[in-house]
Ligand binder design. Structure first.
Ligand code: HEC
Ligand code: HEC
Length: 274
């Protein structure tokens, strides 16, 4: 059992991890239309429009009746308390690499926020993608469940790996998908013509011509804080949310860790075009 100080600490850690994992951007309607974490945000994907659910602790319309074990199972296995499979528009495919301890801290943080009554909206997706039971087959093809062991973190790049792949789910947008929505591992982080919400998402492997090979590490650390690119362009689209709610809230060490990891990835030549 956690003592009260343990709980306060895990809420504080949870707030940080929730920012790093970008939960708010997806689970809140843009521009103040809804309450924080009450869901209802439309995600336009090539497979249809998903509406994010309410993840406040309202007992009737949110997740107020969930145990922390239910929560860890949703985040790391993509399975609901009733046993149905989530669509991978919810990036449990990345969160599966999170430690159970971090998932529980996120739970403690969300539980500490005010519950909001806001019923969920059904998704607007066509068959066969709308068939929930098919997600089971999809998982066999494309989902690799993370372990329950705690990753060994020996260097800043190791920490960056965890921030990029377990929390920040950068690859969910920056890696292209096949026709069934599975991640194309050969083009890991090499950009996508219709990533995120159908946008063009650039190659962030350190390839000199088509990626970020001509950025310095400092360029990257400052981009992840301010959204300004080395050519003085401001960041656009969903990446702006990633920076505003996510990477700008991290410590400088963690932003540096992300940069260290990105420059350690094998460069992939891939020119992303619409
Ligand atoms: C890219 C957008 C996106 C991000 C980022 C995201 N989610 Fe979600 N989440 C979704 C979608 C879409 C669903 C609904 C999936 C479905 O219906 O199968 C969902 C479902 C859920 C559910 C299940 C709720 C229920 O009522 O069954 C929980 C819990 C949840 N998310 C928590 C989180 C947490 C915690 C984070 C951050 C660690 C997070 N989500 C980040 C899109 C997102
Ligand atoms: C929701 C989708 C999404 C996620 C998640 C995401 N990105 Fe992005 N990213 C984008 C888009 C879209 C752009 C293009 C923005 C622009 O052109 O201004 C972008 C641009 C970038 C750029 C600028 C590259 C260039 O050449 O201009 C970098 C660097 C970057 N992202 C790093 C990251 C990192 C690191 C993460 C994880 C912490 C991440 N992104 C997560 C969608 C995403």
């Amino acid at each position: 059992m956690l003592g009260s100080n343990g709980l306060a600490q895990s809420i504080e850690e949870g707030a940080y991890l929730t920012a790093a994992a970008g939960c708010k951007a997806c689970h809140t309607q843009p521009k103040g239309a809804g309450q924080e974490y009450a869901g209802g945000r439309a995600l336009d994907t090539p497979f249809g429009t998903f509406y994010t659910p309410n993840i406040t602790f309202d007992p009737d319309t949110g997740i107020g009746r969930w145990s922390d074990a239910d929560f860890v199972k949703a985040l790391k296995k993509g399975i609901s308390p009733e046993g149905f499979h989530y669509f991978p528009a919810f990036p449990y495919t990345s969160y599966t690499n999170m430690t159970d301890r971090d998932a529980r801290s996120i739970y403690a943080y969300l539980k500490s926020l005010p519950p909001v009554q806001a019923p969920n909206k059904p998704h607007d997706i066509g068959a066969p993608f709308s068939w929930r039971w098919l997600q089971w087959g999809w998982k066999i093809l494309f989902f690799k469940e993370g372990g329950s062991s705690v990753p060994v973190i020996q260097s800043s790049a190791d920490r960056g790996n965890y921030l990029v792949n377990a929390l920040g789910h950068c690859g969910e947008c920056h890696t292209p998908r096949n026709a069934l929505g599975g991640i194309d591992r050969d083009l890991y982080l090499a950009g996508s013509a219709s990533g995120g919400e159908g946008e063009l998402v650039p190659n962030i492997t350190p390839d000199k011509e088509t990626g970020i090979g001509d950025w310095s590490k400092l360029d990257m650390v400052s981009f992840l804080e301010t959204g300004m690119k080395p050519n003085f362009d401001d960041v656009q689209g969903t990446m702006e949310d990633v920076i505003t709610h996510g990477t700008s809230k991290l410590t400088k060490e963690d932003r540096t860790a992300i940069a260290d990891f990105l420059f350690s990835v094998a460069p992939v030549k891939n020119k992303v075009k619409k």
